[in-house]
Write a protein that binds this ligand. Structure first.
Ligand code: NAP
Length: 280
């Protein structure tokens, strides 16, 4: 969709939001593509979310991103929700439509799947089972993405099993719940392991999983991006596994949002990658 204003305004609503790397990413593309505009941090409290979203059309915004804690709540405050965002149960991108209505989208599934293809173009979701560790908001997007790529078996494990059980009901029998104690065993015969928990993030302990049973050529990915080289990715590299870090998902989910607001799909670039890495 083409931005209707000559000045492209977008931003990210979060609470807190100061840590967000999204302004750096979108400002980079605005500059690179010569598009006049700005992408700003919008510190919006949960109580102010509805009003803040409703103000977007009058303020001339093309849309916004949503981060913690707004991704689920926003479903109720937009006028239309794309089927994928509905299935995921979260909105990370809002697009102001030409008539001023708000469309809720989710670009995280695309972001993750694209990051895997970028790292390994020959990867196929249906070749072997995938193992998803964690069952929070990001996991829901990744499970949806894997299913849409044709995955026949996605094993999922989480500290709290109730979330896994709920996901199984929504996504069906291709999603195979694995008790948390059996997470290391679930790696047998799999082609992809993805950590979607916060374990391995700065200030958090490493994800507690043993890679011994993971086939040697399996991909290991971690959506945590601070630090970029998490203990999980370090352990995987030491064992010779190909790895995918969390910046790929971050950049690719942003590409699709930028496209929705401007009609231009920006490209991955070493310059942007390096800019972001310098902040991590
Ligand atoms: P979330 O909905 O709060 O989910 C957090 C997940 O971490 C849950 O599965 C939770 O398990 C698990 N967890 C928390 N503490 C744990 C512990 N001590 N041991 C084991 N598991 C634990 O968060 P989210 O939005 O999905 O985000 C998860 C991570 O992904 C964050 O680090 C976030 O920064 C990152 N992320 C990255 C991108 C990207 O673009 N690269 C995008 C989105 C998110 P329980 O259910 O048992 O609590």
């Amino acid at each position: 969709m083409q931005a209707r204003n000559s000045y492209m305004l977008a931003g990210v609503m979060g609470w807190p939001v100061a840590h967000s790397r999204s302004p750096m990413i979108h400002q980079h593309w605005l500059q690179e593509l010569g598009i006049a505009g700005s992408y700003v941090l919008l510190e919006v409290s949960p109580l102010g979310l509805q009003q803040a979203l409703r103000a977007l059309p009058a303020l001339g915004f093309a849309g916004c991103n949503l981060t913690i804690p707004h991704k689920v709540a926003a479903l109720a405050f937009v006028d239309e929700v794309e089927p994928l965002a509905q299935r995921i149960g979260a909105v990370n991108t809002v697009v102001v439509l030409p008539d001023g209505r708000l469309l809720g989208r989710n670009t995280d599934a695309f972001g993750y799947i694209r990051s895997v293809y970028d790292a390994r173009p020959s990867w196929s979701a249906n070749a072997r089972p995938s193992v998803v560790v964690g069952a929070g908001g990001a996991a829901r997007a990744i499970v949806a993405g894997l299913m849409d790529e044709g995955a026949r078996e996605v094993r999922i494990t989480n500290r709290s099993m109730d979330k896994v059980t709920a996901l199984r009901q929504e996504f069906g029998s291709a999603l195979v719940p694995v008790p948390w104690e059996l997470r290391s065993e679930s790696l047998r015969d799999s082609g992809l392991l993805v950590n979607t928990t916060n374990q391995g993030m700065q200030g958090q302990p490493a994800l507690d999983i043993d890679l011994k049973l993971l086939p040697a050529d399996a991909l290991v990915s971690d959506i945590v991006y601070a630090p970029l080289l998490t203990p999980l990715l370090r352990a995987a590299r030491e064992r010779g596994h190909p790895t995918v870090d969390g910046l790929g998902m971050l950049i690719n989910q942003a590409r699709l949002a930028f496209d929705a607001w401007t009609g231009v799909m920006p490209q991955q670039s070493t310059a942007l990658q390096q800019k972001l890495e310098s902040t991590l």
